[in-house]
Structures are given as structure tokens and as C-alpha cells.
Ligand binder design. Structure first.
Ligand code: ZN
Length: 356
């Protein structure tokens, strides 16, 4: 071999190695990008997803991306779609400190507070600028009001980027609620089986088999349903109540998320699956028919008989104006336990237990 041939051969080899290492690196584990947040393999990066201003109103969504050093699934955990629902929000900050990216396979997207403006103003259900419920305006609209624009950013940057999603809720500031999970049925058997496993792995024994959500992707309404309609296995969880930050509710959220991560092979260990699930095959939310004060006559988790009186409404002068009864025999999943009642807003939800 002549000297120049040797050099040519050396550079050719170098070029091949370079290309090989790039493509190999791409297959092994690459950086993960959400908005402007770029996390390399084995890195945790946090930042904000901007929601552009319109008519002087804009906001931002705090997010952490934990990119594991090994390849695997992408799981999105979303808290604070309702800004007064604290245990899931606190649980995600704990998870951020607990997950070791070196030991993680795949990527975790943590949306810390989806609805920052309602969190800042301590407002239940709504965003204080457009008075819309973020969890009714998905998939959102980049030209719409602030809630619709937040929904659009979450759809583009979180739903589209993940393989699996958990929308983490709890009883809002006014709701006494027992823990339960919505298993939303898509009709795709394989996807539904994965969602079911996620529900069981999350660890809450009351599981609603939810066939009621719209299949219209342009009006998907709920974050969890949006993920489902985009073929991502997803669940919506409820753990926490009445604006509290009790340890039990926070731990139920962290444990649930870690168990689902084990199910998906993202961290070591076996998931802790619910062994005695209570399936709820029908549920109904009873809404207030008028403005006034609501007086609950029972607690969350009460097993009510069909027609049983569960609460009543008075007007602002103290006159009883309406009674509310259980629409069928079942468990009171939540019931509002603060006085304000507004026409069209929920008072309680009853779930019918399968085979009981
Ligand atoms: Zn909620």
C-alpha cells in the first residue's frame, strides 16, 4: 500500500466511523426536545412552554423533561389542568427530584402546572381570563382564547410527543372526592388493553369504564380523551380532594406514576397492579339547576340507593328550592362540600358498580 493510499484509506475509515457513530447514537438514545427545552441522554431539563399573547393575555407552562440514558417509552404526566388540584402538582415535583435519568429508560415529560393562571389566582374549574374550563376545550385553537391556546400548546408539545399519557386530577377546591381512575375506551382493543393495564398499575381500585367520551377528534374536549383519540394509551386519575395537600393523596400520585413507569419498563421493578379492582360501568354527574347554596347530606364514598336524597339547594335568602337524589344505586364518587352552587355546575357524581 502506498503512503497516499494509506492516508486515503484512513480518512475513508474515519468518515465511515463518524457516520456510523452518528447513526448509532441516533438509535441508541438521542436528545429529546419539548418546545425550547432540550434534554440530552441522561439529562433533566426544565423550562417553560410559551403560550403566545393575544389581546394582551399570554401565559407559560412549566415543564421538566427527564431524558433517560437508555432508549424506551415516552410517558407524559400532566398536573394542574385544574389549578386548584394540588396533590398531583406536588407529586410531580417530588418525582422530578426522585427520578435518576441515568437509570431511566425512555423519557418522562412532566407538565408541572398546565393551567398556571388558575393556579396563581386559586380558581377552581376555570381560567380567570376567559372563564373557560381547560379540560373542556381540547384539542384547542392557536387563534382562540387563552384556555384554547394553552390546550393547543399541550396538544402540540405534549400529546404529540408522548407514547403514553396520564392526566392527573383530584377533587377540585370544592369537591369531596374518593380516588378513582377513568379508563377511557377507544374501541381499539390493543390500545384499550394498554390503557387498562395503566389504570390497574396506577393503583386506585375504583376504575370507571368510560365509553362516554366523544370520538370527534376536533372536539375531543378532555386532555385524556385527546391522547386516546390520537392513539396514545392514556388514563385520567383522580386523587385528592377539597384543595388539600394531604400526604396520602400526594403519595398515591407518586406511587401510581412510578408503578406505571415500571409497567412500561422505564424503571426497574414490577408494577404494583390493583388486585381487587371495583369496576364502574356507568356514571352520572348531577348538575345544579339553579344558583344558590348547596347542602350535602352525605360524604364521598357513600353507597346510595336509587332515589335517595343526597343534598338540597337553598336560595340566597335561605329558602329550600331544590332537592337532589341519586339517579341510580351506586357510589358517591364526589360531592361538593362548600356552599356555592351555580346553575350548570356539578353537585355530585354517582357511579354504578359492575355486577353489584
Ligand atoms: Zn380536575
Amino acid at each position: 500500500m502506498q503512503h497516499s493510499d494509506f492516508r486515503r484509506g484512513f480518512f475513508l475509515l474515519l468518515a465511515i466511523l463518524t457516520i456510523f457513530s452518528f447513526s448509532w447514537g441516533g438509535e441508541e438514545k438521542s436528545r429529546f426536545v419539548v418546545g425550547d427545552i432540550v434534554a440530552g441522554p441522561g439529562e433533566i431539563k426544565s423550562g417553560y412552554l410559551p403560550v403566545p399573547e393575544k389581546d394582551g393575555i399570554g401565559t407559560r407552562i412549566p415543564v421538566s423533561v427527564i431524558n433517560g440514558s437508555k432508549p424506551g417509552k415516552v410517558l407524559a404526566l400532566v398536573a394542574g389542568v385544574h389549578g386548584y388540584e394540588y396533590p398531583p402538582i406536588l407529586a410531580l415535583y417530588r418525582l422530578k427530584n426522585r427520578i435518576d435519568p441515568e437509570a431511566l429508560s425512555g423519557t418522562l415529560i412532566l407538565v408541572h402546572i398546565a393551567n398556571l393562571q388558575s393556579f396563581q389566582k386559586r380558581i377552581i374549574y376555570y381560567n380567570p381570563h376567559d372563564w373557560k374550563n381547560l379540560n373542556r376545550v381540547f384539542p384547542g385553537d392557536p387563534e382562540g382564547t387563552i384556555s384554547q391556546r394553552v390546550a393547543h400548546v399541550l396538544k402540540e408539545e405534549v400529546v404529540d410527543r408522548c407514547d403514553y399519557l396520564i392526566d392527573m386530577h383530584c377533587g377540585d377546591g370544592n369537591e369531596a372526592l374518593i380516588p378513582y381512575t377513568y379508563w377511557m375506551i377507544s374501541g381499539n382493543e390493543e390500545q384499550d388493553e394498554l390503557s387498562k393495564k395503566m389504570a390497574l398499575a396506577f393503583g386506585i381500585k375504583y376504575i370507571i369504564i368510560d365509553k362516554s367520551r366523544t370520538k370527534d377528534i376536533s372536539q375531543s374536549k378532555y386532555l385524556g380523551n385527546t391522547a386516546v383519540l390520537f392513539q396514545k394509551p392514556a388514563i385520567t386519575t383522580e386523587s385528592g380532594y377539597l384543595g388539600k395537600t394531604d400526604e396520602e393523596s400526594i403519595v398515591r400520585n407518586t406511587r401510581g406514576a412510578l408503578s406505571v413507569m415500571r409497567l412500561l419498563g422505564m424503571i426497574q421493578g414490577e408494577p404494583d397492579m390493583v388486585s381487587d379492582p371495583i369496576w364502574i360501568d356507568k356514571y352520572e354527574v348531577i348538575y345544579s339547576t339553579q344558583d344558590g347554596l348547596f347542602y350535602p347530606l352525605t360524604e364521598m364514598g357513600y353507597f346510595a340507593q336509587k332515589g335517595e336524597k343526597l343534598g338540597f339547594l337553598t336560595d340566597y335568602l335561605g329558602n329550600v328550592i331544590q332537592e337532589y337524589r341519586a339517579p341510580f344505586t351506586g357510589i358517591v364518587l364526589y360531592i361538593i362540600h362548600t356552599p356555592p352552587a351555580n346553575k350548570g355546575e356539578p353537585l355530585f357524581e354517582v357511579g354504578s358498580v359492575l355486577n353489584k
